[in-house]
Design a protein around this ligand. Structure first.
Ligand code: IPM
Ligand code: MN
Length: 357
């Protein structure tokens, strides 16, 4: 199968972890006889430095003509102390989402048995945690009208039935393929937009009689996620609540360095590790490549290359199981970013050598 993959390494450790992701895609291509062609493009601070624009037109064009694209990370310390800087790396990401219509951000949260001791939560609360967050990504307060006078400011939050419906269908379908439970997180006791979400999603539940819908206020959900994270299966929420809840969820399993994400719409889709650009670790060969490699697995799923995605996940499990991990997951020194990638690549290629699938 031939596929065009866009590659946006971005800033900080982005290029290093993305390089490992591409090695894994190459291994899959060779093992399964596919042809992946890659087109690289600039985004974030790297793009500002080169062109003055965090999302140059050429980058957008590369993404538009891709079947899917891999994204590293964006952000550079020189922008961190000045949130009001006119041009910021984050604008590149927000524009990418909006322009490409990537309306659903999907973040699986899995607690790996070998890493339970690293969770900030008690082991018995974390063991067996396995849920996925569906965050709406192109609406709400992020993209509403904004304004500022000298001493006041506003950010409008607006949602339409159509915006709610398209992501809710994805979330209900995901629940049907999992434990058949959907939790809608909102603030319907206060916000009109949340009441719209609740009304629409509750009405849609009739189309999915096998899925149990549960509605939860966001403040309670933030607490429940710590007290009893095992209760969740598929979590659905709007843009801003999803931003906050998914960061909270990301630490439950013990390491952010393992968590992948997908941002999907109607055409191309974007796959990225959920961690940031981790500037202090840049070029030190210590960044954990697994979140990116698991994002590659999600990319393969998206291209309907299901066996290929399973193969990648098995290779990642083997690396965790064998202690072939970077320093963030290791009691000792840990292995380099490239060594962990090599192990995963060899595991995939060895399957070829032994003829097993
Ligand atoms: C995320 C990030 C972005 C967001 C920032 C970088 C704009 O925090 O992907 O969750 O708030 O959506
Ligand atoms: Mn965030």
């Amino acid at each position: 199968m031939k596929k065009k993959i866009g590659v946006l390494p971005g800033d900080g450790i982005g290029p290093e972890v993305v390089a490992e992701g591409i090695k894994v895609l190459d291994a899959i291509a060779s093992r399964f006889g596919h042809k992946f062609t890659y087109e690289y493009a600039l985004v974030g601070a790297a793009a500002i430095d080169e062109t003055g624009n965090p999302l140059p037109d050429e980058t957008l064009a590369v993404c538009k003509r891709s079947d899917a694209f891999l994204f590293g990370a964006i952000g550079h310390p020189k922008y961190d102390n000045d949130p009001s800087a006119k041009v910021r790396p984050e604008q590149g990401l927000l524009k990418l989402r909006k322009e490409l219509g990537l309306f659903a951000n999907i973040r699986p949260v899995t607690a790996y048995d070998s890493l339970l001791h690293m969770s900030p939560l008690k082991v018995d609360r974390v063991m067996g945690v396995d849920f996925v967050v569906y965050r709406e990504l192109t609406g709400g307060i992020y993209f509403g009208e904004k304004g500022r006078t000298e001493d006041t400011a506003y950010d409008h939050c607006t949602y339409s039935y159509a915006e709610i419906e398209r992501i809710a269908h994805l979330a209900f379908k995901a629940a049907q393929n999992r434990k058949k439970k959907l939790t809608l997180i909102d603030k319907a006791n206060v916000l009109e937009t949340s009441r719209l979400w609740r009304e629409k999603v509750t009405a849609m539940a009739k189309e999915y009689p096998d899925v149990t819908l549960d509605c939860m206020f966001v403040d309670n959900a933030a607490m429940q996620m710590i007290q009893n994270p095992k209760q969740f299966d598929v979590v659905l929420t709007e843009n801003m609540f999803g931003d906050i809840i998914s960061d909270e969820a990301s630490v439950i399993g013990g390491s952010m360095g393992l968590l992948p994400s997908a941002s999907v719409g109607n055409k191309t889709a974007m796959f990225e590790p959920i961690h940031g650009s981790y500037p202090q670790a840049t070029d030190q060969n210590i960044a954990n490549p697994i979140a990116t490699i698991l994002s590659v697995a999600m990319l393969l799923d998206h291209l309907n290359l299901i066996d290929e995605a399973i193969e990648v996940r098995q290779a990642v499990n083997a690396s965790l199981h064998n202690g072939m991990v970077t320093q963030d997951l290791s009691k000792g020194q840990g292995f380099g970013t490239d060594r962990v990638g090599d192990f995963i690549v060899n595991h995939i290629l060895d399957g070829e050598a032994s003829g097993s699938q």
